[in-house]
Ligand binder design. Structure first.
Ligand code: AR6
Length: 176
């Protein structure tokens, strides 16, 4: 499903973040060291090839809420934006740190002249953030941030599972 927010389209789809060839940037649910890792990070590094880690490593370490941008290497996009989500129950205040991931990623995309960005559900895997809570933070932050975007016109949430998709759609329905 999709909604309009301040001239930008916000949409939720079920899929794989490494298979979004029509967006300028994909966001990586990174680790602080910007190394390969598992989950989204593993899939992105695997699809991009070793050049991605080589380019990213000198930008590490990053802190929760922070985001950095690199080229996309073997991925069919222009850039990868690497954002470090909070570990649920450890990094506080977790909602603020998670919101910062989305805000900072969108600001980086916008500043680099990108028009479309795809996000996974940051922190909801290994980092243990309950998906319903994370979806609220993610969607509200993106809708609010869209007020200030000059270049980004499409923000896509790419959810791996049906339950994750439904959680995001429920929030998007009432927020844009
Ligand atoms: N496309 C879209 N979503 C995916 C994909 C994919 N290919 N693969 C997994 N997901 P996670 P985190 C979903 O663990 O919680 C890594 O090891 C997944 O089902 O990737 O921020 C890093 O190195 C879940 O809903 O990110 C870090 O150490 C969501 O994406 C740590 O995990 C996020 O899961 C980051 O943990």
């Amino acid at each position: 499903m999709k909604r309009e927010a301040n001239g930008a389209t916000v949409e939720c789809v079920r899929g794989d973040i490494t298979a979004q060839p029509d967006v300028d940037a994909v966001v990586n649910a990174a680790n602080a060291e910007l190394r390969t890792g598992g989950g989204v990070a593993g899939a992105i590094h695997c699809a991009a090839g070793p050049g991605l880690e080589q380019e990213a490593l000198p930008l590490a370490p990053i802190s929760p809420g922070e985001a950095v941008i690199t080229g996309a290497h073997g991925l069919p996009n222009r850039n990868v934006i690497h954002a470090l989500g909070p570990v649920y129950g450890r990094d506080h205040p977790e909602a603020e740190l998670l919101a910062n991931c989305y805000r900072n990623s969108l600001a980086l995309a916008d500043d680099n002249g990108l028009e479309s960005v795809a996000f996974p559900a940051i922190s909801t895997g290994v980092f243990g953030y309950p998906v319903e809570e994370a979806a609220g933070v993610a969607i509200h932050t993106v809708v609010k941030a869209s007020e200030k975007l000059q270049n980004v016109r499409l923000v896509r949430f790419v959810l791996f599972g049906e339950r994750d998709l439904e959680a995001h759609e429920r929030i998007l329905q009432v927020s844009a």
